[in-house]
Ligand binder design. Structure first.
Ligand SMILES: [Zn+2]
Length: 408
């Protein structure tokens, strides 16, 4: 889960009817499941510890493959059929298919194997338990989520005579933290065969809100080529790429519209060689966030249509939108209502939130497949030194996931 949550805002919580006669998942007995997971809390913690202690930086194929192999074994012990989507330069993506009692489309449990931490991080940031939390690199984002998948499947098999109530597919990709270029097509094709997608990325905040909207993400490079000249002898013969770029940045900044959830952040600027040379080159990179796909198309058109201030400079715009927004469609809202009904059975109010960061759930939601994100653990410090998960909340999150799989 990319960390930027700058434009996070809570969407209004929609109250469902309180009458016990109208639960959304009448077949699900969330409370009995919660008791099972409470008795398994230590096992869940141990699983998370094992996963955290196999480091898996996105750019380290052997490391990610080690974690993938270990998990393939764990899921196969639970009766799943594991296969790898081979990737030459990143870790292999792991897919596990489980048959189920009912003859319906599978539900997809989506997540990622990779973390943002370089190999060796465990030596300075060891996996440890303190203050009621499990700490370590990737503990929150999202090794605890993978552990929840394992234990939810295990518990459902125990309830259903060694099978699952419905088919389930698990997909754990290797490159989510670096943009999912190598996995997007696979995620989309697997999701198309599924009824719904449950993204077990970290929950939001101390109450563990699920995510029903995520912004789309784009990245652009603005490159200006001017003409170099001696700033003292031939100033007027030069064409400053930096002056041109500075004006373009002003134009780009005007495109931000906070009310629409639309932001453009020029995050890096480079240019010039020395103070006494009129700069021939300058370049800026920007991050675009959109709440609505149609805004993305319009901004893309405007960026590509930027007009030069200095006709003697050359202006090149490259890049594009790499994650569409996850919009709160009726399908997404419907899935949230089901999750909220399960949570009510467990005695708590599950909130929903819209966040600025993207995940692979953006891809599946954009295809129109009901997608609910943020079903993972409660914790804090994703991508940071204080990354940790709250141990006492793990049984509840496992029960929510299991009950959702059963009740869909
Ligand atoms: Zn993540």
């Amino acid at each position: 889960m990319p960390k930027k949550k700058s434009a996070k805002q809570k969407t209004p919580y929609r109250k469902a009817p309180r009458t016990p006669s109208a639960p959304a998942c009448p077949t699900v007995d969330g409370l009995s499941m919660l008791h099972v997971f409470e008795s398994k809390q230590a096992e869940i913690v141990e699983t998370i510890r094992q996963l955290v202690e196999i480091e898996s930086p996105s750019d380290n194929k052997p490391a990610v493959d080690r974690l993938g192999a270990m998990l393939a074994g764990r899921f196969e012990k639970l009766g799943g059929h594991a296969m790898f989507h081979r990737v030459p330069d990143f870790g292999d993506h792991l897919q596990v298919d489980f048959a189920g009692k009912r003859d319906v489309k599978p539900v997809l449990l989506l997540g990622h194997l990779d973390t943002v931490y370089p190999a060796g991080t465990l030596s300075t940031m060891p996996c440890r338990i303190a203050e009621g939390k499990l700490w370590g690199p990737g503990a929150f984002d999202m090794k605890s989520g993978i552990a929840l998948m394992l234990h939810a499947i295990e518990a459902l098999r125990a309830r259903h005579e060694d099978t699952l109530p419905r088919p389930v597919t698990v997909l754990l990709v290797s490159d989510e933290e670096v943009g999912s270029d190598r996995s997007r097509r696979i995620t989309e094709s697997v999701a198309r065969r599924c009824e719904a997608v449950l993204v077990v990325e970290p929950a939001l905040g101390s109450k563990g809100a699920v995510k029903t909207a995520r912004k789309g993400v784009g990245e652009y490079t603005i490159k200006v080529t001017g003409k170099a000249a001696h700033s003292g002898l031939d100033f007027e013969k030069g064409e400053s790429a930096i002056v041109e770029l500075a004006q373009q940045i002003q134009e780009i900044a005007k495109l931000t519209d906070l009310k629409r959830g639309l932001t453009l952040n020029v995050g890096t600027v480079q240019g010039g060689t020395r103070t006494n040379v009129v700069p021939a080159e300058a370049c800026a990179m920007l991050d675009l966030r959109i709440a609505h796909m149609k805004d993305g198309k319009e901004i893309d058109r405007k960026l590509r249509g930027l007009r030069r201030f200095n006709r003697r400079c050359r202006l090149e715009v490259s890049g594009g939108i790499n994650r569409p927004p996850m919009e709160r469609t009726p399908a997404v809202a419907g899935l949230y209502e089901k999750a909220a009904a399960v949570a009510r059975q467990l005695g708590w109010k599950l909130e929903e939130a819209a966040v600025g960061g993207g995940s692979d759930g953006n891809f599946t939601a954009a295809l129109g497949i009901p997608t609910l994100d943020g079903l993972g653990a409660i914790g804090e410090g994703a991508h940071a030194a204080n990354e940790s998960v709250v141990i006492s909340q793990l049984p509840r999150r496992a029960a929510l996931l299991a009950a959702l799989i059963e009740g869909l």
